[in-house]
Design a binder for this molecule. Structure first.
Ligand SMILES: [Zn+2]
Length: 187
């Protein structure tokens, strides 16, 4: 019985060995591509090894991010989504949340003086309602935690909130909730 079985197996390998090898190779290649595709897709928006710092020291969130629930904007007297997080602190210093390159420094309609920094992995951080005396210019390289300006009340659209930082983050040009990246519990 044993010998017959073994012979059967040898026969099988002789007859079909090539197909088995080719099959295994195809399977391995397919598996590799599947794994690569899965890994590529499964790097979720919130899961990065980037070490974000907070944009202000000892700040409180005076208005949080919301993309579905509308919030009242007392200045403009309207209900609106707020794709930003507003920070206020006695210490008005504003810091880059991550190293990167300053993409723009501008005075924006409703948002006031605004610095935009481009980071790795498609991230951008946006700092609005700043004092006009900003410490960086477009093209500057900045480090995480580097002071870039001070919070003020230059955002016409949020004047009634007083001096604060109107802060946003984008990933691949889409606004994302900074709560997913910054450790805002430690504020
Ligand atoms: Zn705001």
């Amino acid at each position: 019985m044993e010998i017959e079985k073994r012979n059967g197996f040898v026969e099988f390998v002789k007859k079909y060995g090539m197909f088995v090898v080719v099959g295994i190779v195809i399977f391995a290649v397919a598996l590799t591509f599947t794994l690569m595709a899965t890994i590529g897709k499964s790097v979720p928006a919130g899961n990065t090894n980037l070490n974000f710092k907070l944009p202000m020291n000892e700040a409180s969130i005076i208005k949080d991010f919301s993309n579905s629930e509308l919030q009242n904007n007392e200045t403009l007297n309207q209900w609106e989504a707020h794709l930003y997080v507003d920070f206020a602190s006695e210490n008005a210093d504003v810091f880059a949340v991550l190293g990167g390159t300053v993409a723009s420094v501008e005075n924006k309609y409703l948002d006031g003086y605004t610095i935009t920094i481009k980071h790795a992995n498609g991230f951008e951080s946006i700092y609005s309602s700043l004092n006009e005396n900003m410490l960086v210019k477009a093209g500057d390289k900045v480090d995480a935690g580097q002071k870039i300006g001070t919070a003020d009340n230059t955002a016409e659209g949020e004047l009634k909130m007083g001096a604060h930082l109107h802060f946003a983050m984008k990933l691949n040009n889409n606004f994302v909730d900074p709560n997913n990246y910054l450790d805002l519990q430690e504020k």
